[in-house]
Ligand binder design. Structure first.
Ligand code: DCP
Length: 230
């Protein structure tokens, strides 16, 4: 049976169980996740969820993203706890469309960002274990199941250039080394598959391509996300 047939069957069974076909878009900071999501906004059978960065910038008036980059040792745990909660809420959002497309997930939060903070000693083992206890509980729910991971694969140089160019105020202190390390973590998680576990099959896109040609690359992968509707 073809991959498409199998995918169609998966979608049909997911619809019966009430959960939509769920694809999560992953990749380094600056890999173009937002642009990728925008590309799919033209399809009305897809519900799109951008990352809740505005919530991270304003948790009852506190800019946790800014705190995290300003004093990581003090605020990493606070920030990642809130990321985990806000991502969970998106995983749980009920939709009428048959397909859900999300920017990031509880998985990259734990396997990439908490991973990096732990390695750097910015999140201490007791804090990581609290995140992990929540993570185990959360990922045991059907709501957080994922059917496809879209990996926007960049070189760290290109991702870093884009970050500099967009000039997001909280990211002004992010050094190249951080992007390089996050790149390696994403690679080992989704490409080499030597770190943690993938929550679903992974498709890999060349996300280094310039914005002027990248929609062709997106188009190439559309069937994985769309044509599986029976
Ligand atoms: N971030 C974090 N921990 C997480 C998720 C994100 O520290 N669990 C930080 C990294 C960035 C910011 O939040 O500073 C947003 O990161 P993303 O890579 O998720 O989103 P971008 O907007 O950078 O994505 P893209 O440029 O690919 O559109």
């Amino acid at each position: 049976r073809s991959v498409i047939t199998k995918m169609a069957e998966t979608i049909a069974s997911k619809r019966l169980s009430g959960r939509p076909f769920t694809a999560v878009v992953e990749g380094n900071i600056g890999s173009g996740k937002t642009t990728f999501l925008k590309h799919f906004s033209r399809y009305d059978n897809v519900a799109i969820f951008a990352e809740p960065i505005d919530m991270w910038r304003n948790c009852n008036g506190y800019n946790l993203l800014e705190y995290m980059y300003t004093d990581a040792k003090k605020w990493s745990f606070t920030f990642q706890s809130y990321v985990q909660l806000t991502m969970l809420r998106i995983h749980q959002k009920k939709i009428v469309q048959p397909i859900k497309l999300m920017e990031r997930s509880v998985y990259s939060a734990r396997f990439c960002f908490v991973e990096k903070m732990q390695r750097d000693g910015l999140m201490l083992p007791p804090s990581v274990s609290v995140i992990d206890e929540w993570f185990k509980y959360i990922t045991s729910m059907e709501d957080t199941a994922v059917d496809l991971v879209v990996y926007l694969r960049t070189t760290p140089e290109v991702a870093y250039e884009r970050i500099l160019k967009r000039n997001r105020s909280e990211e002004r202190t992010v050094p190249y080394d951080y992007i390089q390390a996050l790149h390696e973590i994403h690679e080992n998680w989704l490409y080499n598959k030597t770190l943690h576990t993938c929550p679903a099959p992974v498709i890999v896109l060349d996300a280094d391509l310039d914005i002027s040609v990248i929609s062709e690359e997106y188009k190439r992968f559309e069937p994985h996300i769309l044509n599986k509707i029976p």
